[in-house]
Write a protein that binds this ligand. Sequence first.
Ligand code: UDP
Length: 336
Amino acid sequence: MKKVLVTGGAGYIGSHTVVALVERGYHPIIVDDLRNSSLIILEGLKKLCGDGFSFLSIDICDKNILFSVFEDHGIQAVIHFAAYKSVGESCVVPLRYYQNNLIGLMNVLEACQTFNVQKFVFSSSCTVYGEPNGRQVFENTPKHLPESPYGFTKWMGEQILEDLHRNTQPFNTLCLRYFNPIGAHPSGLIGELPVGIPNNLLPYITQTAAGIREYLTVFGNDYPTPDGTCIRDYIHVCDVAEAHVCALQHEGYVPLDVFNIGTGKGTSVLEMVETFNVVSGRELPYKLGDRRPGDITEIFANVEKSEAELGWKAQRTVEEALRDAWNWEQQLKQHD
Ligand code: UDP
């Protein structure tokens, strides 16, 4: 199972996963139409991986072209990242999100069935837990309805996979529920490329430090947490990437399984700002603002199952992730 199809392999988590796969002797075949990425990432991948991967510029919503890729390359395993991912944008253009994320997924699944793929790894998200009753979530914590069309596409993606496995057992499937991936490859050759004004905390912090944004707005400091700001489980993107290698190597007893991909530790927004100041040697300008609608107070992963069954555990600290994110932001400036 050395050839692995990686849809969205030029994206943020996808590109870091490609590097992790090449390091472990796999040959990733990236399919990506670069809608949400750029040649900068492909150039970075080339420097990091040489000829260890292939790249095909295709849109997975075009079923005929997608099927021809499976036909031509003898694909046995698929890691499916390709999807739109902006929570805010998904509320403005929900049809675009449902169309792209769900049709893309269904085309890939149909191809997997047709071409007898053995392993399927799905990019899911902790958004499927919605507002949890507890602060720490386990894989069997009940799911709640998400707040956004984006969240629903992940929620429905998992449902489609459950339904597919109810009566048939087409291929071994793992859903990886990511918490908050941050950081970049330590080389500074690949990282996150937000389109427009970032919604997520980390790119907003690094762009503010780089002078692209005037100041960070901290969304709410009246939450019932020690410093009043929301708490999330931030995880280095290279740790997330390595979880996919473990997922490919996982000999599952059940045909469909779910794993939390987090560190198991929560960090508040203000703690992130303070740590960023320490690693960057700067004083990030920020203002306290109103709560952002739809934000949950606190969520972090229980990772016992991932450790025990996937044999995977996050190795890197939030400090390392912030340092690598800042390094990437500074490298990006050189491309302007
Ligand atoms: N956040 C913030 N200012 C920003 C962006 C995010 O205070 O400009 C906060 C946000 O309210 C949340 C945390 O940072 O508490 C993480 O937000 P992000 O959008 O990165 O992830 P998610 O909300 O999806 O977990």
